[in-house]
Each structure stands twice: as structure tokens, then as C-alpha cells.
Write a protein that binds this ligand. Structure first.
Ligand SMILES: Nc1ncnc2c1ncn2[C@@H]1O[C@H](COP(=O)(O)OP(=O)(O)OP(=O)(O)O)[C@@H](O)[C@H]1O
Length: 391
């Protein structure tokens, strides 16, 4: 426990991390521990600065002023996906002893900035504000609302954003803002192939002047590890299974909002009701009650790596066509080595309740065996390796 200005105590990032390791929530990772140390140092500096501000406000600035840097240098952490950058930043965000703090996805922040700029321009037109340049007042307002800004996924792809970043962040830093950010790229690689990049370049120098740059170069992609432990076959059907399917979907899509996608196929379309990145989600009815065929299944498999199928019923000879389509579908997903997440009325070995000895029953045996193999650890590992090679 740290004691600060006799009033406040705070748990350190290190203590929180050790606790998470102790309870088995995370595995100890030396690369992460290095970032933990830096985040704690930053918290100390921020706490000192806050104390200095308080002292100053109380008028005993000269008597009691602690050694405080005039400007606190933030931290920009970059590295591969799933290394734990966001997790560590979130711990920092929670623990940093500051009220005016904001944690936001970088894209959302920039959307907010552009919105405020628009509003300023409108107000200028209407004559309710005098300043022509929207950036200084927008930056000032943002800094007043929160002086510790934590950005998740710092990335610059939009030219409108790229062109204002230098001036925006110069103004934010001039107003005392401390930046903490996670990113998949080093500052020099931001907006790498962007239009008019030379106009963006000064931002990199400004960023590096106001934030230390650290890489989280852990060997493990923890997200992938976690996903590999996901249940991929859930039964029986019911609310509980639906909830677990939703959780798995949320985990693989990282909470992205799904959209409907139409895959064009000679003269028609295959509709994917829910798609997010390389993941697609269907119900059994979408795929097997509707009159789809091998070409449709192949088109789906070409486009997506992970396929969710909700509500597979127990099948028998009374539902011949859906059963046949399901056999085709599983064959296609098996041959193309996809990750398949299924909710079904019963376990794979009890999915066919038709007459034994018929052609369908024999074919279904193969489907069952494949479905079981696709649930195995080996299958999941092979899938991950394929993903790693592809990326
Ligand atoms: N040391 C660890 N042990 C176990 N799980 C971990 C560890 N570190 C992170 N995780 C888990 O791995 C997942 C990915 O972590 P996180 O989202 O923080 O990664 P990231 O580096 O921000 O990835 P991205 O760059 O893709 O946003 C999270 O679910 C997190 O809880």
C-alpha cells in the first residue's frame, strides 16, 4: 500500500498483478512485469503532480512542494495482439489516483473530437464564439474534463484525424494532459502508408516528447490461448447454452458489433446474418433448412475462419434434406479445417436418431466422428497454427 498526502492510499499495479497471478487469473510474464513497473512509476509521478497542484491551490506551494516534474511523461505501449496491453492499461486506469481521467478507444475519442470541432464551427457561424480556430478551445475543454487520457488501440487511418493530430496533441499536452496508450505499432509506423504523411510526421515527434515508448514483447498471444480453451460444442439447448454461445461469440469477435454480409455467388447471394471480422454466425435453420448446397458452404468457408452454428436439432429420416445438408456442411468445414462452434440438442454421438443401417445413418456416422474430432485439442491447436502462419 502506498500512502499519499496523508489522505489517500492506493494499491499498486504490481500488487494487483501479483494478486491476479496468485489467484490463477493470469500467468506471470516477465515482459508484462516490465510494463507493470513503468505504470507504477507513472502513477507515482502523477500522484506527485496532483499533490503539487493541491499544495499550490492551498497556497503552501513553496513550503511543501515535492520534487515534481513540470510535465509528466506518459507511456505508449505497443506490441503484437493479445499480449495483455489493454489488460495492464485497464489496471493502471483503475488505480491511478485521479478523478478527471478518461479511458477511451482511440477511434471513439477522435470521433468525439471531430464532433466538437464541427460544433465549434457551427457556433462560429452563428457568432456565439469568437475564435476561428476550433482546436485550442476543444483541446482545453478536453483537458479540463480529464487530464489523464488512456487510449486503447492507438491507430491512425483517417486522413481527417491524421491532419489535426499534431495541433490537437500539442494543445492537449500544453494543457497538462498525460497520455497512456496501447497500440499494435510503434509511433514511427503510425499512419505508415497514409496520404500526405509528411504533414502527419510532426505528430510522431510530439508524441515521443510527451510519452515514453515501450514494447510489450511477450512470446504468448494470451487471447489465442484463451480462445483455444473455449468450449466449441455445447448441449443441450436452452438459455444456459445460448448464453455460453453468446459469451464465446463475444470472446472471438472481441465485442465487435456484427453486421449482415451478403456473399455474392453466381447470380445470387448467400446471406450471413451475423458476421464480425473472420467470424460468422448462423442458426441451423439458416444453413440447413434453407436450400443451400456445397457451393454456398464453400463460399462461407472461403470467407470465414470461425463458424458458429446455433440450435442444431436431433435429426432423423423425417428431416432428410436438412440432415443431408448438415452432412455436407460439416464435410466442407472439416475439409477446409475451420473452427466450428456449435450448440446442439444433444451430444454429437446422439445427434442422429433415424433408422440404423440406412445410407444416411452411415453418412451421419462420419459427420459425428468429424464433429467430435473438431472438438479435440489437436484440431484447435492445428487451427491456431494455421491462423498464426496466415497472419
Ligand atoms: N499473463 C496473462 N495470462 C493469462 N491471460 C492473459 C495474460 N495477459 C493477458 N491475458 C488475457 O489475454 C487476453 C488479451 O489481452 P489484451 O486484450 O490485454 O491484449 P492486447 O495486447 O491489448 O491485444 P490487442 O493488441 O489485440 O488489443 C485478455 O483476455 C487478457 O485477460
Amino acid at each position: 500500500m502506498h500512502v499519499r498526502d496523508g489522505l489517500q492510499t492506493h494499491v499498486t499495479v504490481r500488487q494487483r498483478y501479483d494478486h491476479m497471478v496468485g489467484t490463477g487469473l493470469v500467468t506471470r510474464d516477465p515482459a508484462q512485469e516490465r510494463i507493470v513497473g513503468r505504470l507504477d512509476r507513472l502513477i507515482d509521478e502523477i500522484a506527485d503532480k496532483r499533490l503539487a497542484q493541491k499544495s499550490s491551490a492551498l497556497g503552501w506551494l513553496f513550503a511543501k512542494r515535492p520534487k515534481t516534474p513540470a510535465v509528466v511523461k506518459g507511456l505508449y505501449v505497443y506490441g503484437g495482439v493479445g499480449r495483455g496491453k489493454t489488460m495492464l492499461m485497464d489496471i493502471f486506469f483503475e488505480l491511478v489516483p485521479v478523478r478527471r481521467k478518461r479511458r477511451v478507444h482511440f477511434n471513439d475519442f477522435m470521433a468525439d473530437v471531430q464532433d466538437r470541432i464541427q460544433k465549434h464551427r457551427q457556433a462560429r457561424k452563428e457568432g456565439t464564439v469568437k475564435e476561428d480556430d476550433p482546436i485550442p478551445p476543444v483541446a482545453k475543454a478536453l483537458a479540463e474534463e480529464s487530464w489523464v487520457l488512456c487510449f486503447d488501440e492507438f491507430t491512425v487511418t483517417d486522413i481527417a484525424d491524421a491532419m489535426i493530430l499534431s495541433r490537437l496533441f500539442s494543445a492537449l499536452f500544453a494543457n497538462g494532459v498525460v497520455l497512456v496508450a496501447t497500440s499494435n505499432v510503434a509511433p514511427q509506423d503510425l499512419y505508415r502508408d497514409g496520404l500526405n504523411r509528411q504533414l502527419f510526421l510532426p505528430f510522431i515527434a510530439i508524441l515521443e516528447r510527451h510519452a515514453d515508448v515501450a514494447t510489450l514483447d511477450s512470446d504468448t498471444d494470451y487471447r489465442l490461448e484463451k480462445l483455444n480453451r473455449l468450449p466449441v460444442y455445447m448441449s443441450p439447448l436452452g438459455e444456459d447454452t445460448d448464453r455460453r454461445m453468446d459469451e464465446a461469440w463475444h470472446a472471438v469477435t472481441r465485442g465487435r458489433a456484427p453486421t449482415t454480409v451478403e456473399i455474392p455467388l453466381k447470380g445470387r447471394h448467400v446471406t450471413v446474418p451475423r458476421a464480425a471480422g473472420s467470424c460468422a454466425r448462423f442458426s441451423f435453420a439458416d444453413l440447413c433448412d434453407a436450400p443451400l448446397g456445397t457451393r454456398d458452404y464453400l463460399a462461407i468457408a472461403e470467407r470465414f475462419d470461425t463458424i458458429f452454428i446455433d440450435h442444431v436439432p436431433v435429426l432423423d429420416h423425417t428431416r432428410r434434406n436438412p440432415a443431408k445438408r448438415f452432412i455436407l456442411l460439416v464435410d466442407t468445414l472439416y475439409d477446409t479445417k475451420k473452427r466450428v462452434v456449435v450448440s446442439a440438442e444433444n451430444t454429437a454421438d446422439k445427434l442422429y436418431a433415424g433408422r440404423a443401417g440406412t445410407t444416411e445413418a452411415f453418412e451421419f456416422d462420419r459427420t459425428v466422428s468429424r464433429l467430435i474430432e473438431m472438438q479435440s485439442k489437436d484440431w484447435q491447436e492445428a487451427w491456431s497454427e494455421k491462423q498464426a502462419l496466415a497472419s
